[in-house]
Design a protein around this ligand. Sequence first.
Ligand code: 6MZ
Length: 349
Amino acid sequence: MDLSEYCKSLPKIELHAHLTGSLSDETVLKLLRAKQAEGGANLPQSAEVTIQRGHKRTLEECFEVFRILHCLTDNLSAIKTIARDVIQEFVADNVRYLELRTTPKSINGVMTKNQYIDTVLEAMIDEMKLNTITIRLLISIDRSRGLDDAWDTLQLAKQYAAHERFKNLICGIDISGNPRAGNLVEYIPVLREAKQCGLKLSVHLAEVVNEKETLEVLKTELIDRIGHGTFIHPETGGSQELMQLVKDQGIPLELCLSSNIKSGTVKSAEAHHFSCWRKDKHPVVICTDDKGVFSTTLSEEYKICAETFHLKKTDLRELCLAAVEMTFLSQEEKDRLRQTILKDLDKLT
Ligand code: 6MZ
């Protein structure tokens, strides 16, 4: 079995996947056709959306792509389609556990934030019935939308965490959005309240250089996982103090190589912070971020890591297994997931 096939057959855990950023070309085409059928004008070409191998876009350009995608997903029927398609694609890539994240959206007279979340959760339930995958949802706060919106989103998350039908499916809050917009420090009271309500926190931190913000957020000791954390380790533009805060609290990092390389925040795979954290034996999990926009798969990300950092098959197996501990599941659920992953790994030679 060659490396690609091996990476594909590994039973994988995906902990950092934005719903709208995960749309494949096929799904984007489907959405475009639906818009064309409605007589929509000035629609983007599908090639404007995904970033092919070897191509790059600045983070600002990536956020322009999300804006286009949000125009294509402005109704509940589209949300149902994208949630199903994205989950099925992760299933096809042998992902056994998926923590999906998305920002609730509302459009006057078309959909409310509750209907948006209900639609995603119903799709998750349907796909879990049909496939061997466990899925949980992180509700995203977009840092570019301001504090009022963040409080609103937290209210929504609290409501769903207590919801009779859905409560087991919501596992926490994500803070994402353009890292150059707004200031995360202002969101600390929201994080504190979320934590008090029992919600886990995954926060995009130091995706671009911002030592002051990163320091303030890490000092709160509220964070359960870090998204990216590119400029934290002193070997990749961070500082001893930032690294020590992360190590002392044992906060796992969600690492997304293609995303960082294609959006230009990291120069090359070789320069990626995966290597320094791994060398320090700090917990890291390989993720896709936006598998559609960055034209990748979780298997591909494992392969890039294996080729770049000379990982052996046993290392890859260990990475898959170690990810169980980094999920936002209960201890009992983690134990069950570990058994599933171990059983699947046993079948691999
Ligand atoms: C920060 C990102 C991101 O929520 O509409 N998002 N935030 N950094 C990134 N690195 C490239 N990639 C995606 O999915 C799209 C949204 O996820 C966040 C942005 O807020 C984007 O609008 P949803 O499903």
